[in-house]
Design a protein around this ligand. Structure first.
Ligand code: ADP
Length: 488
């Protein structure tokens, strides 16, 4: 099981780790630099000491004997502090020998054995730490090896103190840094906690609430704004579902009320057989209307949920128009409306889903029938030019005003009164028809003039004769719905 630490703790730990590594690296570098500088200073001092030995020898007369050189160095010992000094000449005679060094370095290389001075080195003599240097020099034609040294104890005490102070201070600084990191990350994440708390309070009951807006112009402000925009969309979707449900319930209540009123009246008095028959016919009509409404509601709900799957195939628009011609002819005749289907001379092949296109055509013809008075005319036309096929339904009925044309595709929107009284619509037909058209990558265009009639047309990309559904891509054309008033 992995341990899930809160983000502020993780941030603090990261900060602590990075800061700790950086601090320790810096301290190590500082110590090394200080140490290096001290060694350099000490080495320079040792070089100076070698040079002063050389100057001392140069100041002696050239024919000085070894014994008088040794005597002279006794003075050097006193005045120049030659505690860590040894000088040997090219013949192996000790010119000067400090007792302290002799114990540790009983032998010293002859000058002819040394090509050049070596690096400085460190050694211990009793409880003393010494930095030493061995260098060959030449004075008055004779060569000497000089070993000189410096006591390091003071330096080591200073460096040791420095190290100890760092050891004590570093953990304190790291603890302070960790605490600062924790408080900083806590402060930085406070708005997240506020957003989370508000988000927890939002439910379907208070979808109008919004997350706090932080005027900080940073990523968190961006996130809260994005989440608020998401809530706007969810609220709008939720509202439209609520409205849809309320409108659907309202639409269904009308036929149910009519049926129950009809039944109540019939049961109140004794009726003749003919009267009962009329009542049954009314009930049948209302039940049919309710069934149609429920069908459309279901289709729209499935479309919204993405559950309505269309199966595209190559089909002939003429066939669709002729089928609709047969289906609607009796109803049109009953309403004394002249009804014509004008198909194209040759097959008009398009790629489409037959059931949904049938439904679209039924909606348009149904509307033409309902909004055209007795004696009017309705026509269904299939046209084809080079690359395009058009299916249109035209009537000379009541027409639609420009304002209504802009809204007739909205759900439950109804503009005009049905001319076939009892056959009032629900305002859902064109919404469903538009969805079908969009699924076919096209749109429904309306040309209408109040009092003169309407023409609803849909353009499709026509496909060649030898093509099959699998060998063709669906047409990719999107036209905005054009609602414009024009004479029919
Ligand atoms: P309805 O079921 O009310 O007909 P629709 O969505 O099919 O719902 O149509 C919406 C509105 O558009 C209708 O209420 C009507 O006012 C108007 N309409 C649609 N087709 C026609 C038409 N051919 N002639 C006049 N008005 C129409």
């Amino acid at each position: 099981m992995s341990l899930r630490l809160p983000i502020r703790i993780r941030l603090s730990l990261w900060f602590f780790a990075v800061f700790g590594v950086a601090t320790l690296t810096l301290l190590a570098a500082c110590l090394s630099m200080v140490h290096h500088s001290i060694v350099e200073l000490e080495t320079n001092e040792l070089h100076e000491r070698v040079k002063s030995v050389q100057r001392f020898l140069e100041a002696q007369p050239p024919d000085e004997t070894l014994a008088s050189q040794q005597r002279a160095f006794a003075v050097f010992d006193v005045t120049h502090g030659g505690k860590w000094l040894q000088v040997i000449d090219q013949d192996g005679n000790w010119v000067y020998r400090s007792r302290h060094v002799a114990e540790v370095y009983p032998h010293l290389a002859l000058p002819q054995e040394l090509s050049t001075e070596g690096p400085s080195f460190q050694y211990s003599a009793g409880d003393r730490h010494v930095r030493g240097l061995i260098a060959p020099i030449a004075v008055n034609g004779r060569r000497y090896t000089v070993q000189t040294g410096l006591t390091l104890n003071k330096t080591m005490v200073i460096l040791g103190d420095f190290r100890r102070q760092i050891m004590v201070l570093t953990p304190i600084v790291l603890i302070l840094a960790a605490a600062a990191g924790y408080f900083m990350s806590r402060k930085a994440l406070l708005p997240v906690a506020a957003i989370a708390a508000e988000a927890r309070r939002i439910s379907d009951k208070n979808l109008g609430n919004r997350l706090p807006t932080l005027g900080t112009r940073d990523e968190l402000a961006d996130m809260s704004e994005t989440l608020n925009q998401m809530l706007d969309r969810i609220e709008a979707g939720y509202r439209s579902i609520r409205e849809f449900t309320a409108n659907a319930a309202h639409e269904l209540r009308t036929p149910v009320s009519l049926i129950s009123a009809e039944v109540e009246v019939s049961l109140a008095f004794q009726r003749t057989g003919g009267e009962y028959r009329d009542t049954c016919e009314h009930i049948q009509q209302e039940a049919a209307r309710m069934g149609k409404l429920i069908d459309t509601l279901l289709a729209l709900t499935r479309a919204d949920a993405g559950a309505e799957h269309l199966h595209f195939e190559v089909l002939d628009l003429n066939d669709l128009a002729r089928d609709a011609g047969k289906k609607w002819a009796p109803q049109m005749a009953k309403a004394s409306i002249s009804y014509t289907v004008i198909d194209a001379p040759d097959p008009v092949r398009i790629l489409g889903d037959r059931p949904s296109l049938k439904r679209l055509l039924d909606i348009l013809i149904d509307n033409a029938w309902r909004y055209t008075p007795q004696g009017g005319a309705v026509s269904v036309t299939v046209l084809r030019d080079d690359r395009q096929a058009t299916l249109s339904v035209r009537d000379n009925g009541i027409g639609i005003s420009p304002d209504d044309q802009a809204r007739i595709f909205e759900r439950f929107y109804r503009a005009g009164r049905s001319q076939n009284g009892e056959h009032a619509g629900s305002g859902l037909g064109l919404a469903l028809a538009r969805w079908v058209a969009e699924k076919h990558q096209t749109s429904i265009q309306v040309l209408s003039e109040r009092g003169h009639g309407s023409c609803f047309s849909v353009d499709f990309a026509s496909v060649g004769e030898n093509l099959t559904a699998t060998s063709i891509e669906r047409p990719r054309r999107t036209h905005p719905i054009q609602n414009q008033e024009a004479p029919i």
